[in-house]
Design a protein around this ligand. Structure first.
Ligand code: GRF
Length: 190
């Protein structure tokens, strides 16, 4: 049975939706939630969900090789980044080639790349006067937000929208689609 680990740096509302989607699922389980941020609310969510969590430092993540070891010890098959802000290092990419998904809160390739995260994305979309935004789910490679996009969903941006209201629209798309896109990505593989 495929096992998932979720990486999240902050609130973790997507992580929670994903964990709930797979709770009791006959074929896929969420076994581990990892965070670079010891104060992240996602860790409280993990506790409430009864899912093991681990916190790591920048040095551990980039220089020790202990994250791939931890993932392999937990027999983790796929990684999901849900609001995770650090670039994935080569050792993790090598251990999970084509098996890491990220969600980005805009229509890539627009509004992606280093420093484009959270409210900054929605502020940029509003400032540009775009009439639509949305979500992109993509395979992770060694660059920020550049791996192959496997799914997008759109929402309108109106004159009444501000970054906060747009963030809310985008979050609703994330909750609606991310768990099922992960499921299809895993079950649709040879
Ligand atoms: C989401 O909008 C996601 O697209 C972005 O960070 C946000 C995380 O929200 N990468 P949450 O932590 O899941 O509530």
């Amino acid at each position: 049975m495929p096992r998932l680990a979720i990486f999240a740096s902050g609130n973790g509302s997507n992580a929670q939706r994903i964990a709930e989607h797979f709770s009791g699922h006959p074929g896929i389980s969420v076994d581990l939630i990892l965070s670079n941020n010891p104060a992240a609310y996602v860790l409280r969510r993990a506790e409430q969900l009864g899912i093991r969590s681990e916190v790591f430092s920048r040095d551990t993540f980039y220089h020790t090789g202990s994250i791939p070891a931890l993932l392999q010890e937990g027999k983790i098959d796929f990684l999901v980044l849900a609001g995770f802000l650090w670039l994935i290092p080569a050792d993790i990419l090598a251990a999970y080639p084509g098996r890491i998904l990220n969600i980005h809160p805009a229509l890539l390739p627009k509004y992606g790349g280093k420093g484009m995260y959270g409210m900054r994305v929605h502020e940029a979309v509003i400032a540009a006067g775009d009439r639509e935004s949305g979500i992109s789910i993509h395979v992770v490679d060694d660059r920020y937000d550049e791996g192959k996009v496997i799914f997008q969903a759109r929402c309108t941006v109106t004159d009444q929208d501000n970054p906060e209201s747009l963030a809310e629209k985008v979050h609703q798309l994330e909750y609606r689609y991310f768990p099922e896109v992960i499921e299809k990505f895993i079950t649709g593989r040879p």
